[in-house]
Design a protein around this ligand. Structure first.
Ligand code: NAI
Length: 212
């Protein structure tokens, strides 16, 4: 299927479709109408149809969508039809929590290595993965064809570490450090700021009239 330029807003909604469809598939549902999916996901049926039309529509209206097909196709669009290897840089609270999260594997993201600058952490294990010194990071990433690096280190060092990663052939950085990274085109960066989400929650709560 030919894919046209898709807006970031649509791409941002795909993981949620993927998640719901995965649950439907796991519970044995074979077909679902946009109306039923709309009620389940609390988005309008027209939004769903518009989103899916970006990819050719995925199925006959009236007859509903084939859940397995839709799940597979959206997974393919999200690049989940193949495995991704990732390393975590920073074996602190956040890095360890991410390393311990098993569901990434379910989605095809395989945790392969962990690095830290603190010698006291070398050799400690997170789910069977040994924390290695930063000096070994570049060689490890190159030799193990790692595609994603997770940055879970303080912002002061994140830019320098990202620069090192650029030369390893890494394809993407999942950046939790509170700093913007300047990387060449061709390397994708996704910034995650949990506090932004919390501030949105605060806004919603404040404007719902309850305040804190
Ligand atoms: P932490 O202090 O528990 O762990 C940080 C780890 O990074 C330590 O083990 C430290 O030795 C290591 N480290 C420091 N400089 C390094 C370097 N140059 N190379 C390799 N390792 C290095 O902190 P925590 O709670 O794990 O948070 C990590 C970072 O992530 C913090 O900067 C924090 O602000 C940020 N953070 C971001 C969140 C987000 O939503 N974006 C949420 C939570 C934390």
């Amino acid at each position: 299927m030919e894919e046209k330029e898709i807006s970031q807003a649509v791409i941002g909604r795909l993981p949620r479709y993927f998640r719901y469809l995965g649950e439907l598939k796991d519970s044995g549902v074979e077909r679902i109408s946009s109306q039923d999916l709309s009620e389940l996901m609390k988005v309008t049926a027209s939004q769903i149809r518009q989103d899916f039309n970006n990819f050719g529509g995925f199925g006959q209206q009236g007859y509903g969508y084939n859940v397995e097909y839709l799940y597979t196709e959206i997974g393919r669009i999200l690049g989940l039809d193949r495995e991704h290897s990732f390393v975590i840089i920073g074996a602190g609270n956040l890095g360890r929590a991410l390393g311990n999260y098993l569901n990434f594997e379910r989605r095809g993201f395989i945790f392969r290595g962990m690095f830290d600058a603190n010698p006291e952490l070398y050799g400690k294990e997170v789910r069977g993965i040994r924390v290695m010194p930063m000096e070994e990071m570049e060689q490890f990433v190159r030799e193990n064809c790692i595609d994603i690096a997770v940055l879970a280190i303080p912002k002061n060092d994140a830019v320098a570490v990202a620069e090192k990663l650029v030369h390893t052939g890494i394809r993407a950085i999942w950046n939790f450090a509170h700093v913007d990274l300047n990387v060449p085109e061709g390397i994708q960066v996704e910034n995650v700021h949990l506090s932004d989400s919390l501030m949105k929650l605060s806004y919603k709560s404040a404007h719902a009239g309850s305040g804190f």
